[in-house]
Ligand binder design. Structure first.
Ligand code: MTE
Length: 395
């Protein structure tokens, strides 16, 4: 602060008067000074907002939990606020031999069952999808904001299937269906259910799910792209083969350089991004900065994050803020003294399988430039002498 700073010399109003009473806001809201931190829609992405996406403001978030009101949204046919008293989950089978007792559960039935609470990231398979060919959007909110991380609470799907008498030898796949008008259906291999990781969630960050995120029930499929996390979950069917629904045969497929499509690539590979400082922000002056970002992997825990300030020539190991969770966002920080000269900030994450996040050149060699889904390339933020930061790509 400057000498003679009135903010320190003058006693402010709030030190001389009575403050506001308790429960003035029975459901608390952020400070009015934080009114710019919002989820935002990228103009021109979809013709109607009901089939669109709003991006989480990653540049202004700390730690690993996304506040529920800022969780990104992706709807194929709009959202509804469904009355939990009339919401039902049906569990059935494509062949009666796969399930002894098909059942319909009410929300009350589900909430009496043994529950789990786990922190997981959810990332839309299309996150960073506009950047396959070249730089397309200016800020981390738009490059990486189809990503959020919450503590979800619910009942393992395994428990429900076993309650219905599943025959794991015959039923090797699950079909999840939402109650909205989008006929959103996705196949989930039974191994993911059998290992206990997939659950039907009603809770998010200590309270019930928000309507936009699937209230009163959604599927949580850790490590898998967001489209499989079916919202407003109303039906689970078990079967003996993948279902090849529209959302897996035509959408959410990877266009490869030879013109062929790759299907059923659902795991979100290891990825990271520096969130502050990042595109669209401006460094004030040279000197010390805490460079902060997030890393995640659909295959398990993050083991290491390296940061480069010169576009990938030299790397330094970042501090990982633990405890590191399985298939959750992981916060990293690193000290940086900016000398006022141009710089290129990058982060590169490694997960517990040893997989290293690729550079754009490496990723494009395998995947080409025409794809939409599963872009996990290293992000570069360019800093110029004025302190302005922009989105660039380094091969
Ligand atoms: N489930 C239903 N029923 N309808 C949808 O439109 N969108 C899917 C998935 N589940 C969708 C859905 C997609 S593409 C994503 S990325 C995630 O929900 C987004 O979840 P969120 O809106 O909670 O961020």
């Amino acid at each position: 602060a400057a000498e003679g700073d009135p903010a320190i010399l003058n006693l402010p109003e709030w030190s001389k008067t009575l403050g506001m009473p308790v429960a003035l806001n029975p459901y608390g809201q952020p400070s009015k000074f934080e009114s710019q931190l919002l989820r935002r829609e990228s103009p021109g992405l979809a013709r109607v907002g009901q089939a669109s996406v709003s991006f989480a403001p990653l540049q202004g978030l700390f730690g690993i939990i996304t506040p529920s009101g800022l969780h990104f949204e992706r709807h194929h046919q709009g959202w509804h606020d469904i009355d939990p008293a009339v919401h039902r989950l049906m569990v059935n089978a494509s062949d009666p031999a796969f399930l002894k007792k098909p059942k319909v559960y009410t929300m009350d039935d589900l909430m009496r069952l043994p529950s789990v609470s786990r922190i997981h990231f959810i990332e839309c398979g299309a996150n960073t999808g506009l950047e396959w060919g070249n730089v397309a959007v200016p800020t981390v909110q738009y490059t990486h904001g189809m990503l959020s991380c919450s503590e979800f609470t619910g009942v393992p799907l395994k428990l429900l299937l076993e309650d219905c008498g599943v025959d794991y030898k015959k039923a090797r796949y699950v079909l999840a269906e939402g109650a909205d008008g989008s006929s959103m259906t996705r196949t989930i291999p039974m191994e993911m259910v059998e290992n206990g990781e997939v659950f039907v969630a009603y809770g998010m960050n200590g309270e019930m799910l928000r309507p936009e995120n699937g209230y009163p029930l959604r599927l949580v499929v850790p490590g898998v792209q967001g489209v499989s996390w079916v919202k407003w979950l109303r039906r689970i069917e078990v079967g003996d083969k993948p279902y090849a629904t529209k959302d897996e045969a035509v959408h959410y497929i990877d266009l490869m350089p030879d013109g062929m499509h790759r299907q059923y690539t659902s795991i979100q590979e290891c990825k990271s991004v520096i969130t502050t400082p990042s595109g669209g922000q401006r460094l004030l002056e040279k000197g010390f900065y805490n460079v902060s970002g997030i890393a995640w992997s659909g295959r398990g825990k993050i083991t290491r994050v390296d940061v480069s300030f010169d576009g990938g020539i030299n790397w330094q190991q970042a501090r990982i803020e633990g405890p590191v969770q399985n298939k959750a966002l992981t916060r990293f920080n690193i000290n940086w003294v900016w000398d006022g000269k141009p710089a290129m900030l990058q982060s590169r994450a490694v997960d517990e399988t040893g997989y290293v996040q690729p550079a754009y050149g490496q990723l494009r060699e395998v995947r080409g430039t025409k794809s939409i889904y599963h872009n996990n390339a290293i992000q570069t933020w360019k800093v110029v002498e004025s302190g302005e930061i922009s989105n660039v790509q380094v091969l």
